[in-house]
Design a protein. Structure first.
Length: 219
């Protein structure tokens, strides 16, 4: 007779009762202290470039938020395309690297400011556009509903949210955590409507099948 006992959890999956609040600031501070290069693509995300350059997706003008901006490549790319961007990260070292990138960029069609700031406590006029690559996986799973609520608070009605999900393939017990489109939609659907999803978005070599691009409109 087959066993009715549940299978053991896979790495990066939580058992009932394990969904406890955990602050991973130390993990990310150690990551940046070690150089912060593991997730650095040395330029804007290929999926973002594909969306705007190949698919010619039109983004709303106005204020743009790039949360969890890291070294700032994506925020700089959007500013070069004329957007007025605020890039935030709670790690001092990340923003120091982003500021160096900005200082070497020269004149920009748009505006770009970087700031050390916790995403969840950001107090700001609302944005017409927000973009992120990996913030959803960087936070502990217990924070994901608050993540959706924060974007709902920060984005104007009919504003756009672009979420580049990574990683879709299992990792270990430390962040970034494995994510799924279904879980992302579960948290966002109360506040946003999904307008585009690309499970085969362009990515750097070696990341095939590990990223997914979604575009949302604020209700």
């Amino acid at each position: 007779m087959p066993s009715t006992a549940p299978p053991p959890p896979m790495a990066n999956e939580l058992l009932p009762g394990q969904l406890v609040q955990k602050d991973h600031r130390r993990d990310w501070e150690e990551y940046w202290a070690a150089g912060g290069t593991e997730h650095d693509q040395q330029g804007p995300a290929e999926a973002l470039r594909e969306l705007l350059e190949d698919h010619r997706w039109l983004l709303p003008r106005g204020r743009c938020l790039v949360a969890g901006c890291g070294r700032g490549h994506d925020a700089l790319y959007l500013a070069k395309r004329g957007h007025n961007c605020l890039g935030i990260d709670f790690c001092d070292a990340a923003i120091a690297n982003a500021q160096k990138l900005l200082d070497s960029a020269g004149a920009l069609p748009g505006k770009l400011t970087f700031a050390v700031q916790d995403f969840f406590t950001l107090s700001s006029p609302r944005f017409t556009l927000a973009y992120e690559y990996g913030l959803f996986s960087a936070i502990h799973p217990s924070q994901r509903q608050r993540w959706a609520e924060t974007y709902a608070r920060l984005i104007v009605p009919q504003g756009t949210l672009i979420v580049l999900l990574y990683p879709l393939i299992r990792r270990g017990q430390s962040p970034p955590y494995r994510v799924t489109m279904a879980e992302c939609e579960t948290h966002l659907k109360r506040y946003f409507v999904l307008v585009r999803v690309d499970p085969n978005c362009r990515c750097i070599e070696g990341q095939e099948g590990n990223e997914l691009l979604s575009v949302w409109k604020r209700l």
